[in-house]
Structure formats: structure tokens, C-alpha cells
Design a protein around this ligand. Structure first.
Ligand SMILES: *Cc1c(COP(=O)(O)O)cnc(C)c1O
Length: 381
């Protein structure tokens, strides 16, 4: 009988040690509010990424929101952000009542185009209104061209938030992805490379800023015995139980990176010689965690569209997805200013039209991967 069990795009993969940390919290009755797992997870995340510190919160979205809040983004401000991303990168700009300005990708990494970014800065400068921050996203595990992008942001003295929700464990010039801006953001949502069932983190080298993030994420309580508040706060702090899952997951992060890269390598070996198929590149001097294997399918060359491939896989109980729909094409962001890589050449439009994400979980068996490869092969040749 053919094996038809469900194959997910990216599903949780526990190490087995998570329960040890949760058990400890139970034994100490440190279920809430904070406790040793929260402190431990923050320390271990900072050590792993080689930053001064970390602040763990309820989601990656919350982490981005806190970063913008601490950088002083307010109503009437603008914030630059990668257009080709998940909506969670941009929503916190709206939470602050600010206006996003969306920046296209380039082909070498699929991430923010330094050319488009420079153009956006030139225009902003000429209008006398620089953005308060730039959010740079690292798609599917691949770092953006940080040297080039940071050079532009430094020139205009605008701080960077690195949305590394998808690139935990990746590197750029030998340094951990997520450590290049004023703040780096990670997500531990259920489909990410490691998960706490839901959660997020900020990393930074500014301990004062991180302390501010912890303060804002616990309702901004002033140091007084009575409940006193001078600032607007949020209920964003990660719980001690959830942090326990994170500690168990962080222990095996590097193994998960190798497993995802091996999944990518098998797809690459199977499809890279087929005309009309191009994989998301790995930039020289960078290492992608290959959170998701992403590729483009040129239907004029292959004779099939990526939707036909997604459908063929769906019929066999396998989940595959198009590349993110760029934010400048979303009804939510209609009318928002957008800077393409070149006049008449919007790279993210092309990537959206042809881009495909394949099932990439670190817990996929070789047999499961062969199922995916065989179905796609049948469509392509
Ligand atoms: C997952 C993700 C987020 C949001 O993280 P949550 O923990 O789900 O809030 C932000 N940005 C990108 C690029 C993501 O992929």
C-alpha cells in the first residue's frame, strides 16, 4: 500500500529535553510569572548569538513591535521594510500608527535591494522626512546583503531592526544572522526552525534597551509597591513554561540547521539541472539555515506552473506553498509607497509569480523526501 501520510511544510521537531526544563519549573512551582527558564533561555540565546543580551516575549511580532516602540516610532513617522515577507514584519508599523514604505528584493539573496533602499532614502531626504527605522528581513533563512544595506542606513543614521524570524542559526561573514541591527528579532512560532509552540525574542548589545523591552512587555510597571504606570505597556512577556521548551530546542538548533540543509541538498541534487528551475541562492560568505527550500519555476521553460506543482503535491497529501505575496500587492497596503529594484523590474513580483516553497522539516525522512521529489519529477519531465 502506498504511504500517504501527511507531509507538512515545516512541523515541530522536539529534542526530548524540553520536558526536563518544564518538569523543573513544575517542581519549583515556577509556572508563572517568570523564573529560571526565562532567565536561562535569555542567557543561552545571547550566548548562542554572541550578543550582550536577549529578551524573550510571546511572539516574533511582539518583538518587532517592542523594537519599533523603543526606537521611538510614532504616529506620523515612516518606517522602511522589505516588501517580500510575511505580514508580521510590517503590521507593527501600523500598530504604532506609522506608515510603511516598502522596498523590493534583489536576485542574489531574494532580500532587500540596496539599490532600491538607496533610492528610497534619496527620495525621503529630498522630501525632508527620513524614516525612523529600517526593517530588514532574511527570507527562508538567507541573510540579506547586510554590508551594503547597513552602509546606506549608516550614511543616513537610521537604525535597523533585523527580522531574523526565519534565519535563526544562519550566518553572514561568520557572524550570527540577527545580530547586525540595533535589534534582532527571532520567532519560535510552530513552523519555525525551532519552536516553543509560540514565542519570540529580541537580541541586542544594548542592555538598557533590552531592560526597556522587558519593562514594556510586563505592562510598564513603575518601581512602586502599588501598581503605578507612567507609560503605555503590553502583556508580551514569555512564560517560564514556554521558555523551558525553548531551552530544550536551542540545544539542538545546530543539528536542525544541518538537517534542513541536507533536505535542501537532496532537492538541489534532484532538480538543479532541470532548465527553468532556480533555487534561492546562498550568498558567498553566508550560510543559510535553509528553513524552507525555495525555488522558482519558469513555466515558459518547464511547461508547468508552480500552482500545478502545488496541486499535484496536495493531491498526495503534501503541503507546499507559493513564496510570500509581497506586501505592496496586499489589499492591506494599497496605496503604500513602493521602491522596485529597477524601473520596470520588480524582483519580488517575479519571485511571487514563480516562487515555490517545498516541505523542509528537519524531521522529514528520506522516504518522505523521495515522495515529494518523485511527484515533482513527474510534472517536470
Ligand atoms: C514568523 C515570522 C514573523 C512573526 O513571528 P511570530 O512569532 O509568528 O509572531 C515575523 N517575520 C517573519 C519574516 C516571519 O517569518
Amino acid at each position: 500500500m502506498p504511504n500517504n501520510s501527511r507531509i507538512f511544510l515545516s512541523s515541530p521537531h522536539m529534542s526530548g529535553n524540553e520536558q526536563k526544563y518544564i518538569q523543573e519549573a513544575f517542581e519549583m512551582n515556577w509556572i508563572a510569572p517568570l523564573g529560571n527558564n526565562v532567565d536561562g533561555f535569555e542567557q543561552e540565546l545571547a550566548e548562542y548569538n554572541n550578543t550582550k543580551g536577549a529578551a524573550v516575549v510571546t511572539s516574533g511580532t511582539a518583538a518587532i513591535h517592542l523594537a519599533l516602540r523603543i526606537l521611538g516610532v510614532e504616529q506620523g513617522d515612516t518606517v522602511f521594510c522589505s516588501s517580500l515577507t510575511f505580514v508580521a514584519s510590517v503590521n507593527p508599523i501600523l500598530y504604532q500608527g506609522a506608515t510603511p514604505i516598502l522596498i523590493d528584493s534583489e536576485m542574489d539573496t531574494w532580500n532587500m535591494s540596496p539599490i532600491a533602499l538607496r533610492k528610497a532614502f534619496k527620495d525621503a531626504k529630498s522630501k525632508g522626512k527620513l524614516p525612523k527605522a529600517v526593517i530588514i528581513v532574511n527570507l527562508y533563512g538567507q541573510s540579506a546583503k547586510m554590508d551594503e544595506l547597513l552602509a546606506v542606513c549608516d550614511e543616513y543614521e537610521v537604525p535597523v531592526v533585523e527580522d531574523a524570524a526565519e534565519s535563526l542559526g544562519s550566518t553572514y561573514n561568520g557572524r550570527k544572522s540577527g545580530t547586525f541591527g540595533e535589534f534582532g528579532v527571532f520567532s519560535f512560532n510552530g513552523n519555525k526552525i525551532i519552536t516553543t509552540s509560540g514565542g519570540g525574542a529580541l537580541v541586542a548589545n544594548d542592555e538598557v534597551a533590552l531592560q526597556k523591552a522587558r519593562f514594556l512587555s510586563t505592562q510598564a510597571r513603575d518601581p512602586a509597591v502599588h501598581y503605578q504606570h507612567s507609560e503605555l505597556g503590553y502583556n508580551y512577556r514569555m512564560s517560564n513554561i514556554v521558555a523551558g521548551i525553548g531551552r530544550g530546542q536551542l540545544e539542538i538548533l545546530d543539528e536542525r540547521v544541518q538537517q534542513r540543509r541536507a533536505v535542501y541538498q537532496r532537492y538541489f541534487t534532484a532538480f538543479s539541472n532541470i532548465p527553468g528551475i532556480e533555487f534561492q541562492p546562498e550568498l558567498e560568505n553566508s550560510m543559510s539555515n535553509r528553513w524552507l527550500t525555495a525555488l522558482t519555476v519558469d513555466p515558459d521553460v518547464t511547461g508547468v506552473s508552480r500552482y500545478e506543482i502545488i496541486e499535484a503535491l496536495a493531491k498526495e497529501n503534501i503541503e507546499a506553498r507559493p513564496v510570500w505575496k509581497p506586501m505592496h500587492l496586499q489589499p492591506l497596503f494599497e496605496g503604500v509607497l513602493y521602491y522596485p529594484h529597477e524601473e520596470e523590474n520588480s524582483v519580488s513580483d517575479m519571485l511571487f509569480k514563480c516562487g515555490l516553497c517545498l516541505p523542509s522539516g528537519s524531521n522529514m525522512t528520506i522516504e518522505e523526501q523521495n515522495r515529494v521529489i518523485d511527484i515533482i519529477m513527474e510534472k517536470l519531465v
